[in-house]
Design a protein around this ligand. Structure first.
Ligand code: HEC
Ligand code: HEC
Length: 288
């Protein structure tokens, strides 16, 4: 029995204990390497950032834990249904919205000019004195600069914008700042990550730090990284945002959960993103 399985035995309630099992080796290729379109090299496994010392030595993208077929869908943009969202996002970028008669492209010189956004968000916003997610920033542009309505968090339109901003940053290492003014938000997110939720009394860490690589029900547990967001989920047939994914994971512990866009999920997103510092931006990715 390896250390991970011993921890499983110690940490999990009887209900969940029956659900975890060691992964069947044929299920996914954890040693596969991801190159998109034969040219964009994606780092899906690397040394953990310093702040994870004592917790993880290596970090891995969720891509490594998916089946061969799901992995293959992400290797070519023609096979990746998430790229349709990125295309729609690009069209949205050139579309006039709101009372000021402006499109995103009127102020931003093409989506490529925003290639540094996906790897560095959530990020401290000086003017607003708060940690900002990409969607919060886009909503400010919509409402304050374009005279348009705010978009709902994780709406299709927002996820399309996120998809195109991710697609132009693919291959760039995640690099969110956790010090300076963002630090207290990061600490709040960290505390949430290790808090046990719900009737099952499980924290994010119980599943994604102590049991990654194991099976839970029919699913191969990953480290729950966010470098692949937004994620095209085959099961839902559409793009999913990180906050909606957090919400689903907390609901699975049979706990009350937070809303997408809530300050709690903004803090959690910053913390989880920082656990992936060093992995490549991979979105829009494909997951089951
Ligand atoms: C009227 C001009 C204007 C329009 C139109 C506009 N933006 Fe912005 N946008 C800005 C300014 C100004 C900033 C702030 C730059 C800064 O904070 O340094 C910004 C910042 C951003 C950022 C963060 C950039 C960074 O480096 O952190 C993103 C992402 C963004 N806008 C996306 C959009 C999207 C998507 C649209 C269309 C829905 C849009 N913007 C429309 C002016 C505009
Ligand atoms: C009961 C176990 C369990 C708990 C607790 C749990 N998750 Fe998950 N999570 C899963 C499963 C199963 C999946 C789908 C397979 C995978 O990617 O690990 C998943 C997927 C994810 C993903 C998607 C990863 C990807 O690459 O697409 C993220 C992000 C995530 N979880 C974050 C969290 C966070 C943050 C928490 C704490 C609020 C949490 N999870 C709590 C079981 C759990």
């Amino acid at each position: 029995m390896n250390i991970k399985n011993t921890l499983t035995t110690k940490l999990c309630t009887a209900a969940v204990l029956t659900a975890f099992a060691v992964a069947a080796p044929a299920f996914a290729d954890e040693d596969a390497e991801l190159v998109i379109n034969g040219e964009i090299e994606i780092v899906t496994k690397t040394t953990a950032p310093a702040h994870l010392e004592g917790h993880l030595t290596e970090i891995m993208s969720g891509w490594r834990f998916r089946s061969d077929d799901t992995q293959a869908m992400e290797m070519d943009d023609f096979d990746n249904p998430g790229m349709l969202g990125a295309e729609e996002g690009l069209a949205q970028f050139d579309t006039v919205m709101g009372s000021e008669g402006k499109a995103c492209a009127d102020c931003h010189d093409g989506v490529e000019s925003l290639a540094s956004v996906r790897p560095t968000y959530p990020k401290w916003n000086d003017a607003k004195e708060a940690v900002y997610t990409i969607q919060m920033q886009i909503n400010d542009c919509l409402t304050e600069r374009m005279g348009a309505e705010a978009e709902k968090y994780d709406s299709k339109k927002m996820l399309n914008f996120e998809a195109v901003l991710a697609s132009v940053a693919r291959g760039t290492p995640m690099n969110v700042a956790i010090d300076g003014p963002a630090q207290s938000t990061w600490e709040q997110g960290k505390e949430m990550y290790y808090t046990r939720f719900g009737q099952l009394d499980l924290s994010c860490a119980n599943c994604h730090e102590q049991n990654y690589g194991n099976m839970i029900r029919a699913d191969h547990l990953s480290q729950g990284q966010t470098n692949g967001f937004p994620v095209y989920r085959i099961k839902d047939n559409k793009l999913t945002g990180a906050h909606s994914r957090f919400k689903g994971c907390i609901r699975d512990t049979r706990a009350e959960t937070f809303a997408p866009g809530s300050p709690e999920f903004v803090a959690l997103e910053l913390y989880v993103a920082s656990r992936g510092n060093g992995l490549s931006v991979e979105g829009p990715s494909v997951r089951n």
